[in-house]
Design a protein around this ligand. Structure first.
Ligand SMILES: Cc1ncc(COP(=O)(O)O)c(C=O)c1O
Length: 388
């Protein structure tokens, strides 16, 4: 028999996160690979989930999401960004942002349609575009500033462009797109009559006083933008997989049509808990980004002390460093060796590229970890650097 996997998915093996987390578990190395925090989210939210389980909210929730969560998502968009949404028609709860991305791409793209995105990209983008039979067209963000290259972005658009899949704050680079960069993307999307699907899962993880700019707030964009987010990052609950998508009613209805046949529903008792969390005070939101900023500084200075060139992130909980001074020639091969060489796990940025040359020696490290863990990780890297 030939290989069971359909041709369009053959370029996607095991995700790098699974491979590197298994490596961390197998070697006991410090896992700065996968982006999950090592502390839990707000205690009130955790209690609300326990309460939901104890009070019988354990069966299928309504397809679009529980009403209090739909209301809370709409209220969140109004509170932070002034975006007005009808929670019953313009919001859909999904199984994490991952399902929101998949259902949106599958709902809006015909086979052969083109999707413009930036590389490096979050790995599910490429796989989802392929699943839909669509074609990805990319523009490269280059280390160390990861600025948008206007010429290559323009060249990525064509008469077949159906969608731009954007992510700011951006994983894996930690880049926050400037307003001018977002406006350029939007101008090109309008010119090509394309949808903008904007993955804003790190919307509350910005540093140095930067403010998040949702694409849907830019002039003329609300009617062609689908905004995706998730409780996983904002409330340090990545395992709950509560995400959502919001936008024009007709487009949300299209996404709902697909979503109901992917999972139908999910995360039942976690939905009311996330509804409660979304309504918590500003200090809860600010507390997370404040503590992450301090962790960013700790990791950045440690990586620099170990001799690495670092791109200082303005958002997310990832930092990209050039590991050439530690002997990296090929980031994937280097990251496979790193646990035995230094007792640390990172993720090669090259796997998020169509053109791996653009990130040949770049490694992504996550800093959503306890300070002691970060300090130990950088001292191990420094030791490995000295021992070369
Ligand atoms: C850019 C980006 N989008 C989406 C996701 C997935 O979010 P979720 O866990 O809510 O599915 C992640 C998780 O790392 C991410 O970094």
């Amino acid at each position: 028999m030939t290989t069971p996997l359909v041709a369009r998915m053959r370029e996607f093996g095991t995700t790098i996160f699974a491979e590197m987390s298994a490596l961390a578990a197998g070697t006991g190395a410090i896992n700065l690979g996968q982006g999950f925090p090592d502390t839990d989210g707000p205690p009130e939210m955790l209690e609300a989930a326990r309460e939901a389980i104890a009070t019988g909210r354990n069966q299928y929730p309504p397809g679009p999401g529980v009403p209090e969560l739909l209301d809370a998502i709409a209220a969140h968009q109004a509170r932070f960004y002034g975006i007005q949404l009808d929670p019953r028609a313009q919001v859909l709860v999904t199984v994490g942002a991952t399902e929101a991305i998949a259902a949106t791409v599958l709902a809006l793209c015909e086979p052969g349609d083109e999707v413009v995105t930036f590389e490096p990209y979050y790995d599910s983008y490429a796989a989802t575009i392929a699943l839909a039979g669509a074609v990805r067209r990319t523009s490269v963000l280059r280390f160390p500033d990861f600025a948008v290259d206007e010429a290559s972005l323009r060249a990525a658009f064509s008469g077949r462009t159906r969608m731009v899949l954007l992510n700011s704050p951006h994983n894996p680079t930690g880049k926050v797109f400037t307003r001018a960069e977002l406006e350029l993307v939007c101008e090109l999307a309008r010119e090509h009559d394309a949808w903008v699907v904007t993955d804003e899962v790190y919307e509350h993880l910005l540093f140095d006083g930067l403010q998040h700019v949702p694409v849907a707030t830019l002039p003329g964009m609300a009617e062609r933008t689908l905004t995706i987010s998730s409780a996983g990052k904002t409330f340090s609950a990545t395992g709950w997989k509560v995400g959502w998508v919001s936008g024009p009613a007709e487009a949300v209805a299209a996404v709902r049509t697909v979503k109901q046949f992917l999972t139908y529903v999910g995360s039942g008792p976690f939905q009311p808990a996330v509804a409660l969390a979304l309504g918590l005070g500003d200090e809860v939101y600010a507390g997370l980004s404040g503590s992450l900023q301090a962790k960013r500084d700790l990791l950045v200075s440690g990586l620099r002390a170990a001799g690495l060139e670092v791109a200082v992130p303005s958002g997310t909980y990832f930092v990209v460093a050039d590991a050439a001074p530690l002997g990296a020639v090929d980031a994937l091969e280097f990251c496979r060796r790193l646990p035995s060489v230094a007792g640390v796990v990172g993720v090669p940025v090259s796997v998020f590229h169509d053109d791996p040359e653009a990130a040949r020696t770049l490694v992504r490290f996550a800093f959503c970890k306890a300070d002691g863990v970060l300090t130990e990780a950088v001292s191990r890297l420094a030791r490995a650097g000295r021992e070369r």
